[in-house]
Design a protein around this ligand. Sequence first.
Ligand code: ATP
Ligand code: LTN
Length: 333
Amino acid sequence: MEEPKKRMLSGIQPSGDLHLGNYLGAIKNWSSRVDEYECFYFMADLHTITVRQEPAELRRRSLHQLAQYIACGLDPEKNVLFLQSMVPQHAQLAWVLNCYTMFGELSRMTQFKDKSAKHKDNINAGLFTYPALMAADILLYQADYVPVGEDQKQHVELTRDIATRFNSIYGDVFKVPEPLIAKTGARIYGLTTPGDKMSKSVPDGCVFLMDDPDTIARKFKRAVTDSDTENPVRYDRENKPGVANLMNIYSTLTGKTFEEIEAEFAGKGYGVFKPAVGEVVIDAMRPIREEAERLIKDKAYLEDVYRKGAEHASYVANKTLRKVYKKVGFYQI
Ligand code: ATP
Ligand code: LTN
């Protein structure tokens, strides 16, 4: 008999429009794995409200982000794409797991410390127990692998601890998942702040998937480099972080090695190099933006994807939830 496919699961919060960092660091790699794995990808909107949101904006982004996922190559026929809040089992399992997650463990989470420092007026209980919800997201689907950026590794490790603790009391209920961390090559830094990761909170240095070509060209022209005129285009992450970041973007999108890029731009200055990187990004983003724009107009199709995705996800999630309810002693009829 054929071995069942391993499961892959990940989520992104619909807290802003998707950018080149999300694409190169996460989504591009997700879509390349579809034939090897059974894939579940979702918009983590329950997580998003741990920080105050404008309701109409959250609703808009939840639909637009789905259009962007599909436009990036996540085929809804081959991947289960869904919105977290449409699958009630996430919140249901999260409550149970809250009772198997320790105060001390949650207090050590870096994201909680960072976010509570950033939002001092809204350090709510959801922000604190966020990792128990994330554990529920993963464990409901018995996921084998969780592809995430470095920043989420700590949460996946806590998920493993919660699963192991639960299994040691009740037997093998949960698969213990492994984090899959994107290669360092796909860590993209801000164009204006090459010391920090590209982030939507610094929009000038952030290339959004929905930016038009002129905006992208302008952002690359303004990318921070250095004053080296001798031999400007060479890879030196330590001393030339801006150039290294641009070379990394160029290399990831063209498949060229750093040596090939150095040879291509030998004797040329940043006035030639920066627009060339911009052009490659414009060419890569154009079909994604055009397809996303087309899909956004087809609200009925997107809603149908969400409806089917929630149905499929809910069927899988419910099997795990039933087992958990039985194990902990909830009365079943
Ligand atoms: P923010 O822009 O506010 O920092 P974000 O864009 O990182 O948020 P997340 O939902 O935390 O949003 O990230 C979604 C996925 O994209 C995660 O797996 C994350 O690791 C990855 N990612 C985000 N930014 C980058 C980046 N600059 N380079 C590579 N991967 C990234
Ligand atoms: N916490 C993640 C988003 C997220 C997630 C998940 C990722 C929520 N649930 C489950 C992987 C698996 C973030 O902020 N990027």
